[in-house]
Write a protein that binds this ligand. Structure first.
Ligand code: MLT
Length: 410
């Protein structure tokens, strides 16, 4: 008889965005004529940049010719893309990354979910709260989270509350934490950490021997100079951090799938039997065994993001979304909501104006103004009483949604 991985059974019923989808489908079947505006999942709506499309066409042509056809590529990614990543995303910020430290993948979500496989079950995990659900759920699957409490917290996870009261800046853990997940610019709150604030985390990790898993999927939306784009802008971070990047939001690749992970060669963790072990070698071993690389066509598409036209076109799309963010921010503020984020990130986070729970307000928004948001509590207990809206919709929908909020009698 096959025994199941019991950890899966302790997960709550659905992944957050599947749960929302279920509710929306049920609403839709009851009210098929309702004109819904989707501001829930952070999925992009602008078409791919022309430079990206041209590169994909070119790559498809290469695949159709026996002289240029390519089969399996390197599991770690093609050199042409890795070189462009280093030259564009790191060198201009004074960060030297070696080609062997970059691993191209099918996106940040997969890597953030899979990285846990490298670590012992007994490690204590710390997460900011609210948090992107993948970090917690994947640790539940790995058996590292313990039991789910009535509070909505897992008893073995250290939660670092981020609320309006502390300006959404997490305090350093007050109990030992081995693996710390940080996502900045933050999903879901849309807030950021300055270099000085991020330095506290790097110093803490170096001092305590913990590891920071730094999700920088939203770095392309940073507008302010004081905000770091990479954790490696902080001295010493290569000895204590892995960084995850994504083309999903930066270049509209949510449906194409491409991202990358930087695992510095100087980064080590402890093995009871072997002393210090190099995480770069372990991740390489994991990827070569379980992953066959991202398609050539996709990697050529990602390479085109770094051409002058590609940069310009992708930046235009990011600016479009950030204009939406500004419209949402000012629209909600105008009607008296407490609004956060949306300046260096495409997410706007607001507290429910009637002090109701997140799901209650989510339901009201859906029922009364037909706008779909994401309930803050779905991201963790400290998200209770908040709602997240994304700026990734069309301009038309964004403006229409704000009009609906404005004329809504709460
Ligand atoms: C979100 O809405 O939080 C994101 O789109 C989810 C993701 O990037 O996987």
């Amino acid at each position: 008889m096959v025994l199941v991985n019991e950890n899966f059974l302790s997960l709550p019923g659905n992944y957050l965005f599947s749960e929302i989808n279920k509710k929306v489908m049920a609403f839709r079947s009851r009210y098929p004529d309702a004109e819904l505006i989707r501001m829930g999942i952070g999925d992009v709506t602008r078409p791919l940049a022309k430079a990206v499309i041209d590169a994909m066409h070119q790559a498809v042509s290469e695949m159709s010719d026996e002289n240029t056809f390519r089969g399996y590529g390197p599991e770690q990614g093609y050199d042409f893309l890795i070189k462009k990543i280093i030259e564009n995303d790191f060198l201009p910020r004074g960060v030297n990354i070696l080609p062997e430290e970059v691993f191209i993948s099918d996106g940040c979500k997969s890597d953030m979910g899979n990285i846990g496989g490298l670590f012992d079950r007994e490690n204590v995990v710390a997460v900011t709260d609210p948090v992107y659900p993948v970090y917690v759920d994947s640790n539940v699957m790995d058996g590292r989270a313990g039991q789910l409490q009535a509070s909505g917290m897992w008893n073995k996870v250290v939660y670092l509350p981020c609320t309006a009261e502390n300006g959404f800046i997490p305090a350093l853990p007050d109990k030992p934490a081995d693996i710390i997940y940080l996502c900045y610019p933050n999903n879901p709150t849309g807030t950021t950490l300055t270099k000085a604030e991020l330095k506290k985390w790097v110093d803490y990790a170096l001092e305590t021997g913990s590891l920071v898993l730094f999700d920088a999927a939203y770095e392309a939306f940073i507008a302010e100079d004081t905000i770091p784009h990479s954790i490696y802008e902080i001295d010493g971070a290569k000895e204590c951090a892995i960084e995850f990047r994504s083309f999903s939001k930066k270049a509209g690749f949510t449906g194409i799938r491409c991202g990358y992970t930087v695992v510095p060669k100087v980064l080590t963790v402890k093995s009871a039997a072997n002393g210090k072990v190099c995480l770069n070698a372990l991740w390489n071993r994991r990827q070569t065994t379980k992953f066959n690389g991202v398609s050539y066509i996709t990697q050529r598409a990602a390479e085109a993001v770094y051409t002058p036209e590609g940069k310009k076109q992708c930046d235009e799309n990011s600016a479009y979304y950030m204009k939406n963010a500004a419209i949402i921010r000012s629209g909600l503020k105008k009607i008296g909501f407490n609004v956060y984020g949306g300046v260096n990130a495409p997410y706007i986070w607001f507290s429910t104006p009637d002090n109701s729970g997140s799901w209650h307000f989510f339901d009201r928004m859906l029922r009364e103004i037909h706008v779909i948001g994401t309930p803050g509590v779905g991201f963790g207990p400290s998200g209770e009483g908040y709602i997240r809206l994304t700026a990734f919709g069309s301009r038309e929908d964004t403006i229409a949604a704000m009009k609906r909020f404005e004329s809504w009698t709460l």
